[in-house]
Design a protein around this ligand. Structure first.
Ligand code: 5GP
Length: 129
């Protein structure tokens, strides 16, 4: 069965899309740790990042770098942190989260943003991509 992220990539489930290319797709996390929290996924389904072949893994990092540069321009922060968790959705993904201090990276504390706020952030990141 297709993962929820494959359904998002195919447009079967809505998302706040940031960018895509032939092999990767980026969209806002629906329960952001911080404003601008973005997920980057390879289009191929693989549950575990360290099972990816070298080329796919390297491509994921390079695509994430481009997305991170766009988030940096759109969201005030000191830097973009990168995390891989993967305990909830069995489709490899990288979390890109704007932070200014270590405590900003707390997966147990999610932000409550309105759909309008999410759409505005996505638009601003897209404009800088
Ligand atoms: P992880 O698998 O890395 O532990 O966490 C999965 C992440 O995906 C969570 O931060 C969660 O908020 C996000 N997520 C789960 N389902 C959806 C969804 O349907 N849409 C979006 N945009 N994000 C999701």
């Amino acid at each position: 069965m297709a993962t929820i992220f494959t359904k998002i990539i195919k447009g079967e489930i809505p998302c706040y899309k940031i960018a895509e290319d032939e092999n990767y797709f980026a969209f806002l996390d629906i329960n952001p740790v911080q404003k601008g929290h973005t997920l980057v996924v390879p289009k191929i389904e693989d549950d575990y990042i360290f099972h990816l072949d070298d080329q796919t893994l390297a491509g994921l990092m390079l695509f994430s770098k481009k997305v991170a540069k766009a988030i940096e321009k759109a969201v005030p922060c000191k830097r973009i942190s990168m995390a891989v968790v993967g305990l909830e959705v069995p489709h490899t993904h990288v979390h890109l989260i704007p932070i200014s201090q270590e405590s900003d990276l707390n997966f147990a504390k999610k932000q409550q943003l309105t759909p309008e706020e999410m759409a505005k952030i996505a638009e601003s990141i897209r404009a800088n991509f």
